[in-house]
Design a protein around this ligand. Structure first.
Ligand SMILES: NC(=O)c1ccc[n+]([C@@H]2O[C@H](COP(=O)([O-])OP(=O)(O)OC[C@H]3O[C@@H](n4cnc5c(N)ncnc54)[C@H](OP(=O)(O)O)[C@@H]3O)[C@@H](O)[C@H]2O)c1
Length: 173
């Protein structure tokens, strides 16, 4: 689940704080949607950007991808907040064996690209704010990627024209 500008930027320039430009409707939707998941995965840069607002709910495992899990040793809370250098495939395979059936991926750009390239994203929930930013991170980082999507839902969330779109991702051929 992500929020972007009309031109696909998920950050406004160098500012890591997304809520500086996103709508209250999107923040509310994200907060509510997260409650449906027992497993939430994000990259370390996204973790750094959101760690102050991060609420660790009992029964929900938050996984952060980093090449240096030891750096975060003091932040880790087994079963609630874990850090790993596993590849997306290794991570999913391990967690499936533990009984997890669904995962919410919350970015950022680099981690989205890794999971899409590995064929591990099957649905995209994307809010598009009516903004254009000349610089900032893209929805997907620069990897060799191609995906075909099917729009399954679209809603206008406010009078300014914030849109929420849901796509399914066709399996990689
Ligand atoms: N608009 C939105 O919906 C939205 C959502 C999420 C995030 N964001 C914003 O996006 C920005 C972060 O995006 P980002 O693309 O810079 O970073 P990111 O995807 O959140 O995290 C990148 C980090 O993931 C780790 N990583 C990368 N490849 C890896 C691999 N193969 N194995 C294990 N770990 C790997 C590395 O961590 P280490 O450096 O620790 O090794 C890398 O620095 C933030 O500003 C955040 O606020 C926006």
């Amino acid at each position: 689940m992500m929020v972007s500008s009309v031109n696909g930027k998920i950050t406004r320039g160098d500012d890591p704080e997304v809520t500086h430009w996103t709508s209250p409707e999107d923040s509310a939707l994200f907060k509510a949607f997260k409650k449906n998941f027992r497993l939430i995965v994000r990259g370390s840069k996204t973790y750094e950007a959101s760690r102050k607002q991060l609420t660790l709910t009992k029964g929900t495992l938050n996984v952060v991808l980093t090449r240096n899990p030891d750096t975060y040793h003091d932040d880790a809370i087994p079963g609630r907040l874990e850090f790993t250098s596993e590849s997306p495939k290794e991570l999913i395979s391990r967690l499936e064996k533990k009984g997890y059936k669904e995962m919410l991926l919350t970015g950022g750009s680099d981690i989205n690209a890794l999971f899409l390239q590995a064929g591990l994203i099957n649905e995209i929930h994307l809010t598009i704010e009516p903004k254009i930013f000349g610089t900032g991170k893209n929805l997907f980082g620069e990897l060799a990627l191609e995906a075909t999507l099917q729009l399954t839902d679209i809603k206008q969330m406010n009078d300014r024209g914030t849109l929420h779109l849901v796509y399914t991702v066709a399996p990689n051929l």
